[in-house]
Design a protein around this ligand. Structure first.
Ligand SMILES: [Zn+2]
Length: 173
């Protein structure tokens, strides 16, 4: 890592600490040439490819902002949203991929959002899955109701996401 001030090629690490949740390491560096200090942050790389083809760094804040709209007027707290964003990040990172499609992020949001609030889930799903008729809503609601009645909601959606994960593997190989 070269010095951002004088461009000397090697700098010295004077302090290194892990962020609270262990997701990043922050290093304080000093340049032996000009003596100035600067910080670097090391995180596992995760970029998102949007439908337009543009890429951006994964951001929990963007997940929260997107889901918050669907949660308007619902009993969902900021802490709930933060936890959901963390679950989504863990699910996406668990695939081991350094780059994911925006669609995968959208899909990873559906399951935890459904556990959080069914109305917010339907709102989000209607936009994400581009519901275009009353029948789409009816089908989604019927599915929710059926799985709730069976008391197997968690099991059913867990096996669904496993099937989806297997599907993704097939596409990438
Ligand atoms: Zn320097």
């Amino acid at each position: 890592m070269h010095c951002p001030f004088c461009r000397r090629a090697d700098t010295r690490v004077v302090d290194s600490r892990t962020a609270d949740d262990g997701s990043a390491i922050r290093r304080r560096r000093q340049c032996p040439e000009c003596g100035r200090r600067f910080s670097t942050v090391e995180t596992a790389s995760l970029t998102v490819t949007k439908r337009s083809g543009a890429t951006e760094l994964f951001s929990r804040e963007k997940i929260v902002a997107g889901v918050r709209k669907a949660c308007q007027g619902r009993p969902v707290s900021d802490a709930d949203l933060a936890r959901l964003a963390q679950e989504v990040e863990e699910a996406v990172r668990s695939t081991g991929a350094a780059q994911v499609e925006a669609d995968e992020i959208g899909r990873a949001i559906l399951h935890p959002l459904r556990s959080l609030d069914e109305v917010a889930y339907l709102r989000y799903a209607s936009v994400y899955s581009a519901f275009c008729s009353l029948e789409d809503f009816e089908l989604a609601i019927a599915t929710l109701r059926m799985e709730r009645n069976q008391g197997q909601g968690a099991t059913a959606s867990a096996s669904l996401s496993e099937a989806e994960a297997a599907d993704d593997v097939e596409h990438t190989t």
